[in-house]
Design a protein around this ligand. Sequence first.
Ligand code: ADE
Length: 248
Amino acid sequence: MSTRPCIVVTGASRGIGAAISVRLAEAGFTVACLSRSGALPTLGGVAAPASELLVPMACDITRTGAMVEALAELTRRGLQIGGLINNAGVHLDAPAASASLAHYEEVMSTNATSVFLACQAVYPYLAERKNGLIVNMGSFFEKLGVKRNLAYCASKAAVGAMTRCLAVEWAGDGIRVLAIAPGYIHTDLNHEAMTAGPLRAYLDKRIPGKQPGTADEVARLVTALFTMDVPFLSGETITIDGAQGVAH
Ligand code: ADE
């Protein structure tokens, strides 16, 4: 059993969440890998080998009470909850003039309301330890106006706002709250769009280094946040976008 605490990762079966889970386990953390399917993290089509450091668990993060139940179960299994990564999300687009309320609510519920629910659920565990780190997955879209992305941009702006508010409100409990704002990231899930077609041409034009980031780069950044001892770092959204956002 790891001497490091258990970090809970949502959306852990695929993409960035899978990469984060594997990197954290390599760093010696026990990782509760939450996803709708409850599958082990899969990278490049290959499931991570079963390990006592990777604890897969099915959890629909949009259901009220689901995170409370998942954390109680992990505790029953003897794990010490020391951190949370709210990574799960959906990226659905629709024209603003005709987007349905169901579309808006699905995006907000998965990307924003679930973060509120998960942070509330983990609070007693981290407050009792007087030590904990929550990392929320934002997006560089949070500061942009993007056609057909009203709900997505609003949900990620809400993530940034919640990160700031919780960092302030829970600092006295020893809990730090950060967000990551990735730019374009190449994952198993978007391989075709990132390597050919109109998006590829756009990336060539708009990313100074002409390459999207990788899921593993985001994973290494998140793992660094959990392993470096910098208590004064809280409330910030850290952009990882290859300087796209500051390019003129
Ligand atoms: N990823 C996307 N939607 C999700 C959900 N409802 N629960 C868990 N992971 C998800």
